[in-house]
Write a protein that binds this ligand. Structure first.
Ligand code: NAD
Length: 451
């Protein structure tokens, strides 16, 4: 099949590459000229485990192409995926300007004799497919104001919803072997085309879940807000553990073994971040408010997440009795989670901002995300070549992302490099008893420190 993917970011590049991997002819379109040039010349633009190999292979074999021209990208394509950003607007709602902008352009380019399925892969509020449809029709109608040609034009495309559930850091695996593929459409023709596209990816046909487009749009928000709720629940539980003298790790083990609860998204820590959960929770809460429904749980989830980052920052501040001026901190981990270079709404950035604002200095290390942070902070913070380099002359180590290489470090080396043996661990990586044995001052989340 010939496929166009509009928007070549985390979702677009992974989807485009994986569709090419199963033999489809894929053209990825992006307005970012530098990105398209880089990708066309064989340089990958994001870090995602396993992606580079697939990208190189499909580029070499001519199944994967990149362009800045929407017209060239959709030429001959049976399916057009929209993998465009939906950032939060000022009021928290999803900003649809990128999607509707491309929809308007499609209204100028689609041809009545060339049927195409337009698939919304971005995370969008309920009713967006309808808005995309109306925008395409309006643009066409403005250019061709004859009712008969509009009827003919209307039949040349279907808008469907196919939200993406991939996890950054495991995106290729998730895309190649999805738990489920949700497809929202009432069109039999579009359904058959999507079945043909996705059957090579799913283990069982039942993993292709068809529904109406509004339910598909809402399913994506339901998934992300449910996961955010799990995290916030555990963060509140961690707060209670500290007050009652219990240990959140034990609570997690007790919960994770219950199949009704499941073992994922039960880690207490610095709160959720990233490009999806924060904006999607806010967008659904806003959609609910606009529908005159006060979604109480979601509003609490947002507040708990905000307070959780402050809770960790307060631990650092109270250790130094509120005086951080002149202190120097080593930060391990900048990405919002391990195995990605994505720093959108990463909790580490909030910690760094607080430290800088209060007169401290920072030297950071992250295996993949330092280039992205450098673009934001320039020389306001230092960047280390290794996790140990970051520790030189630091008063304390602050852990913000649970990269695997931080899990069993050389504590003698850490102790000898730091000015004082102090670790603030926002990800609960080490055993508290062990840290006490090796005489570190160790602060973590929701685990009582034995005296
Ligand atoms: P991104 O910001 O990484 O990528 C979006 C790309 O679209 C950018 O490269 C940008 O240059 C390009 N773009 C903007 N306007 C364009 C236009 N008019 N024409 C062509 N390209 C244009 O975003 P992302 O993380 O890939 O997310 C895309 C959507 O998918 C969002 O709605 C997001 O919520 C959703 N989503 C993201 C993830 C994730 O893990 N990142 C997972 C599931 C769903």
């Amino acid at each position: 099949m010939k496929i166009a993917v509009i928007g070549t970011g985390y979702v677009g590049l992974v989807s485009g590459t994986c569709f090419a991997e199963t033999g489809n002819q894929v053209t990825c379109v992006d307005i970012d000229k530098a990105k398209v040039e880089k990708l066309s010349s064989g340089q990958i633009t994001i870090y995602e485990p396993g992606l580079e190999k697939l990208f190189e292979r499909n580029l070499k074999e001519g199944r994967l192409k990149f362009t800045t021209s929407l017209e060239e990208g959709i030429e001959g394509a049976q399916i057009i995926f929209l993998a465009l950003p939906t950032p939060p607007g000022e009021d928290g709602s999803a900003d649809l300007k990128y999607i509707l902008g491309v929809a308007a352009d499609l209204g100028k380019l689609l041809k009545p004799d060339d049927f195409k399925v337009i698939v919304d892969k971005s995370t969008v509020p309920v009713g967006t497919a309808e808005k995309v449809r109306n925008t395409i029709l309006k643009t066409f109608n403005d250019l061709n104001p004859h009712p008969s040609s509009l009827n003919e034009f209307e039949a040349c495309f279907e808008i469907i919803s196919n939200p993406e559930f991939l996890r950054e850091g495991a995106a290729v695996e998730d895309f190649m072997k999805p738990d489920r593929v949700v497809i929202g459409t009432n069109s039999e023709r579009a359904r058959k085309i999507m079945e043909q596209l996705y059957l090579p990816f799913v283990q069982e046909e039942s993993s292709l879940i068809f529904m109406d487009e509004k339910s598909a749009e809402l399913t994506k928000y339901a998934a992300n807000t449910f996961l955010a709720t799990k995290i916030s629940f555990m963060n509140e539980m961690a707060q209670l553990c500290e007050r009652l003298g219990a240990n959140i790790d034990m609570i997690k083990s007790g919960l994770a073994s219950d199949p009704r609860i499941g073992r994922f998204f039960l880690n207490a820590g610095l709160g959720y971040g990233g490009s999806c959960l924060p904006k999607d929770v806010r967008a659904l809460a806003k959609s609910a408010a606009d529908s005159a429904y006060d979604f109480k749980i979601l509003n609490a989830v947002i507040e708990v997440n905000r307070l959780q980052k402050q809770f960790f920052i307060d631990k650092i501040s109270s250790y130094y009795k509120g005086d951080l001026k002149g202190r120097h901190f080593a930060i391990w981990g900048l990405a919002f989670k391990p195995n990605t270079d994505d720093i959108r709404e990463a909790p580490a950035l909030e910690v760094i901002d607080y430290l800088l604002k209060n007169g401290a200095s920072v030297c950071a290390f992250d295996p993949e995300a330092m280039d992205n942070v450098k673009k934001m902070y320039g020389d306001r913070i230092g960047f280390a070549l290794s996790q140990y380099d970051a520790l030189k002359d630091a008063d304390a180590l602050v852990i913000c992302t649970e990269w695997i290489e931080f899990r069993t470090p050389d504590f003698d080396r850490i102790g000898s490099l730091l000015n004082e043996k102090v670790v603030f661990d926002g990800r609960n990586l080490y055993e508290i008893i062990f840290m006490k044995t090796i005489a570190f001052h160790y602060e973590c989340i929701g685990r009582t420190i034995l005296q």
